[in-house]
Design a protein around this ligand. Structure first.
Ligand code: DDH
Length: 283
């Protein structure tokens, strides 16, 4: 007792709108002009996806909660090569809003990026907690291997709790960004507007003629008409598999349906394994 009111520290009230705004500004910042296609959006989407996609429903391990990709055991795996760039980009925002957890920040950045790049609203809610224990990193091998086919895709996504339709919807994120030789070994963008969230990925999968690229890199496909675009073997799997293909056809011609299904699946992806209190609604 006897404390004057000035000694009572009032904690800053978390204002997620301010964080959203800072992320949106980063995506389109001047610094982004010299990066890839002029936006940090795609790599932030990938950070959110890779931090969440390690989830294993059976054991309840992995997922965005914990932000364990800060540690070498997860940051250093081949699948996460290059995502240190995304982590570093968000560091000043973490410093500006120290009350937000890394796990909330990374997932929110992915959600904001989808919206900023012209995609649907992604329902998101806070509540993830960071863990400072490297032994909690999920084992390597939980994320998809681009060289593989339909059974592998199903193994990976069923493990998280997704079905065939959701696998196809989530794969539509490849409307964004590109592959980098020095990160994954693959090279090039999936379409000609890699900073716009769209149905282009699905349309091109169906309408282009995809041929194996002749090069010294890993097996990937190139479009016969411009030879500027690419598809991974796992992308091609979506039109080779007779259960996946109808969803590719659906999303290619119905943008509203794609946006709706993507939004629901991506939002759920970001929440896998997160112990939210019952009362926390997503907005
Ligand atoms: Fe992906 N992805 N992804 N991807 N992905 C790559 C880039 C991006 C696979 C492999 C690769 C999803 C699914 C799959 C994004 C989002 C999502 C790269 C290139 C590879 C390889 C990395 C590099 O060289 O920089 C495979 C395999 C799958 C699968 O089998 C399903 C999903 C589900 C998402 C999502 O967000 C929901 C985005 C965005 C990029 C572009 C990143 C960038 O830097 O640009």
């Amino acid at each position: 007792f006897g404390k004057s009111s000035s000694e009572v520290k009032v904690a800053e009230k978390p204002d997620y709108e301010k964080v959203r705004k800072a992320i949106a500004e980063l995506i389109d910042s001047e610094k982004a002009e010299d990066y890839d296609d002029g936006s940090f959006g795609p790599i932030l989407v990938r950070l959110a996806w890779h931090s969440s996609g390690s989830y294993d429903k059976a054991s309840g391990t992995g997922g965005s909660n914990g932000a364990t990709m800060r540690f070498p055991a997860e940051k250093g795996i081949d699948a996460n090569k290059g995502l240190n760039i995304a982590q570093d980009l968000l560091e000043p925002i973490k410093k500006q809003f120290p009350w937000i957890s890394y796990s909330d920040l990374w997932t929110l950045a992915g959600a904001v990026a989808i919206e900023e790049l012209g995609g649907p609203h992604i329902k998101w809610r806070p509540g993830r907690k960071d863990v400072d224990d490297e032994t909690k990193c999920p084992p390597d091998g939980r994320l998809p291997d681009a060289a593989k086919g339909p059974p592998h895709l199903r193994d990976i996504f069923y493990r998280m709790g997704f079905n065939d339709q959701e696998i196809v919807a989530l794969s539509g994120a490849h409307a964004l960004g590109r592959c980098h030789r020095d990160r994954s070994g693959f090279e090039g963008p999936w379409n000609h507007s890699p900073t716009t969230f769209s149905t282009e990925y699905f349309r091109l999968l169906l309408e282009e003629k995809w041929i194996p690229r002749k090069w010294d890199g890993p097996k990937q496909y190139t479009d016969a008409s411009t030879k500027e675009l690419m598809m991974l073997p796992t992308d091609m799997a979506l039109i080779w598999d007779k259960k996946f293909k109808p969803y590719v056809e659906l999303y290619a011609k119905d943008q509203d349906r794609f946006f709706e299904d993507f939004s629901a699946a991506f939002s759920r992806l970001l929440e896998l394994g997160v112990p939210f209190p019952e009362s926390a609604p997503a907005t």
